[in-house]
Design a protein around this ligand. Structure first.
Ligand code: HEM
Length: 493
């Protein structure tokens, strides 16, 4: 990692072999530890830390076997400053990625709906703007190699004066029905809906794609990797006026967002049970309490807890859990309400959002804390460590949370007034969550009200995940000259 990077990169077709693996592939390892870090030593120490650690970062290899343990690293804007990136790079970021430049705490209230108990002044200390320079994520199975990996990062941090969060954020995927199943708190199966990169057949996730028939979840590489055209054909990261070294640094990097969300299971379960009792009563006995509970959960999320969709006619679970579908069979929202979490987060070409601008995210999150038990007493801390990748924090992550989750109504077909039922702050308890056509048996409920903030944001970090070459550029001890290569040097003089 000390050698000077040579040939700068430009987008190289569809190999992506120098992109960090976490961006492209869902990690199969059940455990994750996120270490929030701050460079407290000199710039040279920060670069030497990265030079030593950079060798262990997992990239997408041309063969698809899952590594036993996987290491990924992303940097905040302040982290890049601490590493001494040159002015040209900082100016590009300020212009093309203003939210990344400002940082999540600055954007949170207006762009992420983080107010009240979720407001940034109440976030955990390690997420503060000045404290967060980067995040190292370790995915593993908790065995010996995991312990060694953690010890190695801690050793390097001590050697090069890098402050690590006192406790790593530790997530663990539940697997209730088999090693490939993933579940999250509030009792839902997760990891079903996936996006993929158009024309890229080298993904280890491809095995899951065998049954895909629709193209709805396929996106151009530029939705996730800088320097490629996005779904609309636009490519803001061509950077034609920049030096080749600057272009190379950004080429196929990705923006990542780490978001810690605490989930209040007793509040959620209590609310669901109340509405289920109402629903069962409204059905005049046609619906059991158990079936009503599952249907209430399904209406909030868009899927039943086990991942099956809602049949718009019968309200019963539909076939098998599917990841590849659109809402053509449910245009009126009688199955999946327009306001449901999934339909907001991905309307899948439906009319409720602008059809030409989809806003895909690669989701790599994992739950933390113990699973809910009905006999639970006392407070238990749990939630979701969301990790999302995209090429534009403004147009993708922030638009989903700040607009589609937090603004009402969601498109002109949603006559409800409530925000995203799972993730929003619901300041207005009287806001109605519309159930088009009514839910359940004849006489069923037409709306829910009284939604509570079931989720509290504990912190959010906006990060850049450079490629192997980008990491090498960051780690190179240099006075900044190599960022201005010979051809383009004249342009700066
Ligand atoms: C504690 C908070 C959250 C919970 C419990 C939660 C839960 C879920 C569940 C159960 C699903 C359906 C599973 C699937 O289709 O794979 C889902 C889908 C999804 N969620 Fe969340 N989520 C949370 C926060 C977020 C946030 C903060 C975002 C992004 C801004 C987000 C974006 C998405 C997206 C994009 C989908 C896929 C929708 C689709 O493609 O149909 N979620 N979520």
């Amino acid at each position: 990692m000390t050698a000077r990077p040579t040939a700068p990169r430009t987008p190289r077709g569809e190999q992506f072999d120098h992109v960090q693996r976490i961006v492209l592939c869902t990690p199969r390892q059940p455990l994750v530890q996120h270490l929030l870090l701050q460079f407290v030593g000199t710039q040279s120490q920060a670069r030497r830390f990265l030079a030593a650690l950079g060798r262990e970062v997992s990239h997408h290899p041309s063969r698809y076997a899952d590594p036993e343990a996987q290491l990924s690293i992303g940097f905040s804007y302040r982290g890049l400053e601490a590493l001494g990136v040159p002015l040209q790079v900082r100016l590009v970021l300020q212009k093309l990625a203003p939210s990344f430049y400002l940082g999540a705490p600055v954007q949170a209230a207006t762009r992420l709906g983080d107010t009240g108990a979720s407001s940034p002044d109440r976030w955990d200390r390690d997420f503060r703007l000045e404290a967060l320079h980067g995040v190292v994520s370790l995915h593993n199975d908790g065995g010996d190699s995991a312990r060694k990996q953690l010890a190695r990062v801690e050793g390097l941090a001590a050697e090069f004066r890098v402050r690590l969060s006192a406790q790593p954020l530790r997530g663990e995927n539940f697997s209730l029905g088999g090693p490939t199943e993933r579940w999250v708190h509030f009792g839902y199966r997760d990891g079903l809906s996936r996006v993929r990169i158009k024309g890229w057949s080298h993904s280890p996730d491809a095995a899951d794609d065998e049954n895909r028939t629709l193209d709805i979840s396929a996106h151009s590489p530029g939705e996730f990797l800088l320097g490629h055209p996005d779904d609309s054909g636009a490519n803001p990261w061509t950077l034609v006026t920049q030096s080749r070294a600057v272009r190379s640094f950004f080429c196929e990097a990705s923006f990542g967002v780490l978001r810690q969300m605490e989930q209040d299971e007793p509040a959620f379960r209590g609310w669901v049970e109340q509405r289920a009792a109402q629903m069962a009563a409204a059905s005049g006995g046609a619906m059991s309490r158990q079936a009503a509970t599952a249907l209430v959960q399904a209406k909030l999320c868009g899927r039943f807890p086990d991942g099956r969709r809602i049949d718009a006619q019968t309200q019963a679970p539909l076939g098998q859990p599917k990841h590849d579908f659109d809402y053509r069979d449910d245009l009126d929202g009688k199955g999946c309400p327009f306001g449901a979490h999934m339909r907001r987060m991905n309307p899948r070409d439906g009319e409720i959002a602008h059809r030409l601008r989809r806003r895909p995210l690669m989701r790599r999150g994992a739950p933390y804390g113990p699973r809910w038990r009905d006999d639970e007493t006392g407070p238990v801390e749990r939630g979701l460590l969301g990790l999302f990748f995209c090429s534009s924090i403004e147009n993708q992550f922030e638009h989903l949370l700040g607009e589609w989750a937090d603004r009402v109504p969601m498109g002109n077909r949603d006559v409800g007034e409530a925000k995203d039922p799972l993730v929003s702050r619901h300041e207005r308890p009287d806001a109605r969550f519309d159930l088009p056509g009514g839910a359940g048996a004849p006489g069923g409920l037409k709306e829910f009200d009284g939604l509570k903030p079931f989720v509290r944001t504990r912190g959010t970090a906006y990060l850049l995940y450079p490629t192997r070459d980008g990491l090498q550029q960051l780690a190179t001890e240099d006075d900044g000259n190599f960022w201005v290569d010979e051809v383009d040097r004249e342009a700066f003089e």
